[in-house]
Design a protein around this ligand. Structure first.
Ligand SMILES: Nc1ncnc2c1ncn2[C@@H]1O[C@H](COP(=O)(O)OP(=O)(O)OP(=O)(O)O)[C@@H](O)[C@H]1O
Length: 309
């Protein structure tokens, strides 16, 4: 069913450089959350801190009743088994074929037989649409296939939480659309808790239950997708509308007078329209109750028909 992650008062710095401070949020069990933010605001650092690869200066991360920031390395190793992580480039071993790459965590962390490993690897490869590519090397396949192979590898230990670090980076819009559908389908199938770091605003508008935004070393907002999409908060509006006008500049921070002028311009443009429709699990995917409820809400919001899976 996925597990909840409760983050409270989290602060991380490297030397004198504060990356973000006092971050508090709850990733609800089984839901999809997206973390947005301009480049360099520490989104990847946040993911690495959640999985225990980086230690925060202050604050707590509670998973299944335990604050993982205080665990010893041995106990942390156990907690890490709850996580599957999809790194930006898929992080595959270049010299291993896809089958061996995907089998790797099972061979490292379990005592399963090779026949059991085979069953699991082929099942996950099927889930991400890679059956038949077992013998390929990472260098022989496209970026989109490498992401899907990384995803299959993140799935083999049946994680309760999956962290995606910019799953869409380097992909063309069609592949991004396929990957988004895959993420939504997977969430309906395995019901794990998902956190996705992305720059892709279209994905952020369609895929998650919840959206968070990191900016100027703070978590500006975290909450339900619809709430963020309808927000008047200038940073949130600028980011979700992908505009140049607003507090976020090329060098991340702008002159206050310029911001005022640009915000007045945005207000003249009027409020944003109805939120983008939520991406639903594709045909053939059995929708658990959570997704049935989302489909009904979406149908009411957008006047669409509720189609049975
Ligand atoms: N191990 C480290 N030691 C020192 N500084 C680090 C370390 N890891 C990250 N940083 C710094 O932390 C800041 C945030 O980096 P991070 O990669 O998390 O940003 P990001 O929001 O994911 O950026 P992007 O969207 O461009 O990928 C950067 O200034 C980076 O240089």
């Amino acid at each position: 069913m996925g597990v909840e992650i409760c983050v409270e008062g989290l602060t991380k710095s490297f030397g004198h450089q504060v990356i973000w401070q006092d971050v508090s949020l709850t990733l609800p069990a089984g839901e999809v959350s997206v973390m947005l933010g301009p480049s360099g605001t520490g989104k990847s650092v946040f993911l690495k801190t959640l999985v225990g690869l980086l230690k925060p200066d202050r604050g707590s991360i509670t998973i299944q009743g335990r604050d993982i920031t205080r665990l010893r390395e041995r106990d942390l190793y156990e907690v890490r088994k709850l996580f599957g992580v999809l790194f930006q480039d898929g992080a595959l071993f270049g010299s291993m074929n896809l089958y061996d790459n995907i089998a790797f965590p099972l061979r490292e962390h379990t005592r399963k037989s090779e026949s059991e490993i085979r069953r699991i690897v082929l099942e996950k490869m099927d889930m991400v649409g890679l059956l038949g590519a077992e013998g390929k090397l990472p260098g022989e396949i496209s970026g989109g296939m490498r992401k899907r192979a990384g995803l299959a590898r993140a799935l083999v230990l049946d994680p309760e939480i999956i962290l995606f670090d910019e799953p869409d980076s380097g992909l063309d819009p069609v592949r991004v659309a396929y990957l988004n559908q895959l993420i939504v389908d997977l969430n309906a199938q395995i019901d794990a808790t998902f956190l996705i770091v992305t720059h892709d605003i279209a994905s952020a508008r369609q895929v998650p239950d919840n959206i968070g935004l990191l900016f100027r070393r703070e978590l500006v907002m975290f909450g339900p997708r619809e709430k963020l999409l309808a927000s008047d908060e200038p940073v949130v509006r600028q980011f979700l509308n992908g505009r140049m006008q607003g507090p976020i500049g090329m060098a991340e921070e702008k002159d206050a007078a310029q911001v005022e002028q640009e915000l007045a311009q945005i207000d003249e443009d009027g409020p944003a329209g109805a939120p983008a429709p939520r991406l639903l699990p594709g045909p053939g995917i059995t929708r658990p109750p959570r997704w049935e409820a989302i489909a009904r809400r979406e149908a009411e919001l957008h006047g669409a028909e509720v189609t049975s899976p």
